[in-house]
Design a binder for this molecule. Structure first.
Ligand code: C2O
Ligand code: CU
Ligand code: CU
Length: 563
């Protein structure tokens, strides 16, 4: 009855609302990329201004970056949002110092310049901020974009890959806006669907085989994607690469952070319309977006009107074919080679916990402990193959995300996973009471200073501490007292208790400023003209800090740890 009411309500309001042409983000390609994160605003609700974060010329989201496997890319990220941020390349295998996690903040008005070789398989990845305790608010304001990796294997297949013609990015978000039309990082009453930042979107798709790249960039909601009329489609890729075969299906569940690519055959459907749907009524209890949990009488309204119902997210008008249309769907794609189970040298168990089993909105923990930036949870020797088992002891589903490596799922509750979860993954939704195992290998990059993260991709859970960190170490030792060398600078010892020795071979340092990871300035030393000095840090509390050095050629920032 209730679902029926809401379905009617949303049908009625959909008729009143005008449809907007789906925005297709612009693209950047090549080997050098420049991103500027800035503040902007958008009228998602006509006449009302919502403040946003965006990249480059966009007012919301950022350009789609095209990376080619095997090339070395250099990116400059300029922070113009007036707050400290980071940019993380979600799913992309990069050295930890370029991963954009919470240990590599970009201060306001500063630039961060990661560079790495693209080792990943052709698939759809994304980028978004990862500031400790601020990921949700910065990401849902719109500071996110897609990364499309191309490789030769994918290029050899007869697949649609003309961006905006037969290959479409769909960044899907469900957001909650407060009474002043501002995005709420902790909203459990999220009911505004945005696709590529467009509200009430429609798209014109040619009558041929179309590729859709789906990203769930929501803060918390899971989507059960499907087409109206239960029209079937083929899933061809998961988070980190193509599947072995095109998998015929009518549903595809994506939790926050997950991606998939699907082919839809629109041959012969010219002039027809259909919808990209969320079949929320079929999501299990405990998944945000599924049926509302029974709440004690008198509790405040905590759940979204979209929970547990089926709704349209994107209207599709089928139009005339493009030139050189692709009209057939390849059946076999690539051969994914799983890591042999017996090559695993370690296994780890992570239980998802809360203060009590009744907790619905957090905080949630891994193995009963909350994230601590100063604690390295695991030290993993470079080149180890490991099996991780995730056990959910809470009443809500959590999308678990691993940085650094793609993994292959081995089992869900003792049963091999279904075809849609067989490929390379970096996020897996773990339902209440589920036990899920994956196998992965930590290769190529080791760093004894800067850890990688693993966390729940429900951003409010992540910000609340459902996160851990690991060091991939070439010597198996982990965080040790050692010199941090950056091109022209030497900063040691690090970690240190009382003072940092700062030395440069070819620059004249004029000013040193120490910030905490929230970007607050704690210490300034002005009016210097030195190439070597000791910075007194004895008064700082133990923790991670950033020192910003202004010198005759510019400014640079470095991380250090106060013991
Ligand atoms: Cu998409 Cu650690 O994040
Ligand atoms: Cu990530
Ligand atoms: Cu969670």
């Amino acid at each position: 009855m209730k679902n029926y009411f809401f379905a009617l309500l949303s049908m009625a309001s959909a008729m009143l609302q005008s449809q907007n042409l789906l925005f297709i983000p612009d693209t950047l390609s090549g080997t050098s990329f420049s991103l500027t994160m800035h503040r902007d605003s958008v009228q998602f609700f006509p006449g009302k201004k919502s403040n946003t974060y965006a990249f480059n010329t966009n007012k919301y989201l950022g350009p789609t970056l095209f990376f080619k496997q095997g090339t070395t890319v250099s990116i400059t990220v300029n922070n113009q949002v007036g707050d400290t941020t980071t940019v993380h390349w979600h799913g992309v295998h990069v050295p930890s110092k370029w991963d954009g996690g919470p240990h590599t903040p970009i201060l306001p008005n500063s630039t961060w310049s990661p560079t790495f070789k693209v080792l990943d398989h052709a698939a759809t990845y994304w980028y978004h901020p990862h500031m400790h305790m601020k990921t949700a608010i910065q990401a849902i304001k719109g500071a996110a974009g897609l990364i499309i990796v191309r490789d030769e294997q994918e290029a050899a297949l007869n697949l649609p890959r003309r961006y905006g013609i037969d290959d479409f990015p769909l960044v899907v978000q469900c957001q909650q806006y407060d009474s002043l039309n501002q995005a709420m990082p902790r909203g459990m009453r999220d009911s505004t669907i945005l696709v590529n930042g467009t509200r009430n979107p429609y798209v014109n798709l040619p009558a041929q085989v179309i590729r859709l790249r789906l990203l769930n960039a929501s803060g918390e909601r899971s989507f059960n994607f499907g087409l109206s009329g239960n029209k079937s489609f083929y899933q061809i890729a998961s988070d980190g690469g193509l599947l072995d075969n095109a998998n015929l299906s009518t549903r595809l569940r994506l939790s926050p952070g997950e991606r998939a690519e699907i082919l839809v055959n629109l041959n012969g459907l010219s002039a027809q319309t259909l919808s990209l749907m969320c079949y929320g009524s079929e999501l299990p209890m405990g998944v945000q977006g599924g049926p509302t949990m029974p709440m004690p009488p008198g509790s405040p309204p905590m759940n979204s009107p979209l929970n547990g119902i089926d709704y349209s997210m994107l209207k599709i008008n089928v139009v005339a074919q493009s030139v050189n249309p692709i009209t057939v769907i390849p059946t076999s794609l690539v051969a994914n080679a799983l890591y042999p189970i017996n090559s695993a040298i370690a296994s780890r168990k992570i239980s998802f916990t809360a203060d009590s089993v009744m907790v619905m909105d957090g905080p949630f923990y891994f193995n009963d402990s909350s994230f601590n930036m100063m604690r390295i949870d695991y030290r993993i020797p470079l080149n180890s193959t490991e099996i991780w088992t995730l056990i959910n002891r809470t009443m809500v589903a959590h999308p678990f995300h691993l940085h650094d490596a793609q993994f292959f799922l081995i089992q869900r509750n003792g049963i091999p996973v279904s075809a849609e979860e067989k490929g390379r993954k970096d996020v897996v939704l773990v339902l209440p009471d589920d036990s899920v195992s994956f196998i992965t290998k930590f290769e190529d990059y080791a760093d004894d200073q800067i850890p990688y993260m693993f966390h729940c991709h429900i951003l409010m859970h992540e910000d609340d501490g459902m996160m851990g960190q690991f060091i991939v170490s070439s010597n198996g030792v982990g965080l040790t007292k050692q010199r941090l060398t950056y091109a022209d600078f030497l900063i040691y010892p690090n970690p240190s208790e009382n003072s940092l020795h700062i030395k440069t071979t070819n620059k004249i340092i004029q000013k040193a400023e120490v910030y905490n990871l929230l970007g607050q300035s704690l210490l300034i030393i002005n009016a210097m003209a030195l190439s070597e000095f000791d910075l007194d840090i004895s008064e700082l509390q133990s923790g991670s800090y950033i020192v910003k050095l202004s010198h005759n050629e510019g400014t640079q920032t470095f991380n250090f740890i106060k013991k």
